[in-house]
Design a protein around this ligand. Sequence first.
Ligand SMILES: Cc1cc2nc3c(=O)[nH]c(=O)nc-3n(C[C@H](O)[C@H](O)[C@H](O)COP(=O)(O)O)c2cc1C
Length: 139
Amino acid sequence: MIRLIYTSREFRPLSEADLKRLVTRSRIRNEQNSVTGFLYYSAGTFLQMLEGDEAAVNATFARIEDDYRHVVHTILVRETIAERFYENWSMETANPTKTSKILRNFFQIDQDLDLTKLDADKALLLFEAFRGANKALRL
Ligand SMILES: Cc1cc2nc3c(=O)[nH]c(=O)nc-3n(C[C@H](O)[C@H](O)[C@H](O)COP(=O)(O)O)c2cc1C
């Protein structure tokens, strides 16, 4: 199995309804492909972790890279894994409105977090912090 973590920037402003649609569709596709992960959205930027069999993650990421709704910024992590970080989540996500303040506190910044500024270590800290996240924070 592999884990891939990347950041991207939206092409055009996405509404919460757009995000919900995107996540709903992604969950269906990921369930079919046994891909798990987490998707953050903040200040027009995305941070996503994808995990699963190498071929499945590669095929999923190829579709994601082709998606006009965003432009991929950086691939932060691409590594072989023995275990998944998110066992049960076909694609979990955090509600941007409910989590923006938490993210600001977490990174001690006074503006909404630009996820493309994160390095791999900080991204992993963020995933770790939200691993056991409360259902109320989800989109
Ligand atoms: C930020 C972002 C994250 C996405 N994450 C996933 C994902 O985890 N899995 C997935 O299948 N598609 C994901 N997509 C959507 C794909 O780019 C693509 O639209 C979708 O897989 C096409 O599915 P369809 O051919 O069934 O319509 C994502 C798109 C964006 C913009």
